[in-house]
Design a protein. Structure first.
Length: 280
């Protein structure tokens, strides 16, 4: 009979994890959560300096380890190089966190074509490219987890970092970003339907507002507006997204596949008229 001990249900100790965009923001929060819970984490971003500094910081925390592998994921050649580097070090990849992304804000009449290409390429197309190239390592991790008949005991995990902007229309003009995240959510479900049979799950975290370099401008200018429409009256903390990622990678989520978890303090379901009734 399975154990319901918290230590067993939510353990990621010893798992090999790749976090793209892992040197700062949401990616760093996720990498921190895995390292402090005993995982062997690889982080990637364009900046070698940022990767090195974050890895040094996380390795000082103990428990797990963090290895920097900088790469510019806009380029297919860099995706291939990154996967080749991991394959030279590991025989399996238990968790792939597709977090690297970019955005672009411009009015509809001025939104440049090259911006749309840049955002869609990194946020959507390269998620497919990297996942495709990592499949041999993910399949190996699924086999390590073992099977009981046709059932996979501990599937490999793909965790895609989406956005509430892929779920609703925001009151600002980020056309390529919102389209890319909506596409990512569906790509994740498609991965789930195709790869689940091979012992690889795919789930999405649709993030609301978190304090990152990407959201700094938005929070500075409309932060109060965002809070006014968020029932829990705050923006996200590192432990919110880190804890959610840990759950998706743990035995507790071994039967979750194709889900999109909304992590936004309730902003997408807010009854703003109730704010006054709650005397806030």
């Amino acid at each position: 009979m399975s154990s319901f001990s918290v230590n067993n249900l939510f353990s990621v100790s010893g798992k090999v994890v790749l976090v793209t965009g892992g040197s700062r923001g949401i990616g760093k929060a996720i990498a921190t959560a895995f390292v402090t819970n005993g995982a062997k984490v690889y982080i990637s971003s364009r900046s070698a300096k940022d990767c090195d500094e974050t890895a040094k910081e996380l390795n000082a925390l103990g428990m797990g380890t963090c290895t920097p592998l900088p790469a510019d994921l806009q380029k297919v050649s860099e995706v291939e190089r990154l996967v080749k580097e991991i394959s030279s070090r590991e025989t399996a990849l238990h968790v792939l966190v597709n977090n690297a992304g970019t955005t672009w804000g411009a009015e509809i009449d001025e939104h440049p074509d090259e911006a749309f290409t840049k955002v869609i390429t990194l946020n959507l197309q390269r998620v497919f490219t990297l996942t495709q190239k990592c499949l041999p390592l993910l399949r190996a991790a699924a086999k390590q987890g073992g099977r009981e008949g046709l059932s996979w005991n501990d599937p490999a995990r793909i965790i895609n970092i989406g956005s509430v902007e892929g779920l609703r229309v925001e009151n600002h003009e980020t056309y390529a970003y919102s389209a890319s995240k909506a596409g990512l959510h569906h790509l994740s479900r498609t991965f789930a339907g195709r790869l689940g049979w091979e012992g690889i799950t795919s789930n999405t975290i649709a993030c609301g507002s978190f304090p990152t370099k990407m959201t700094a401008f938005t929070l500075e200018h409309v932060g109060e507006y965002i809070l006014s429409g968020t029932p829990l009256c705050r923006i996200g903390k590192p432990e919110d997204v880190g804890g959610t990622a840990l759950f998706l990678a743990s035995p507790a989520a071994s039967w979750m596949n194709g889900a999109t978890l909304t992590l936004d303090g309730g902003s997408t379901v807010a009854m703003t008229s109730m704010r006054e009734a709650a005397k806030l």
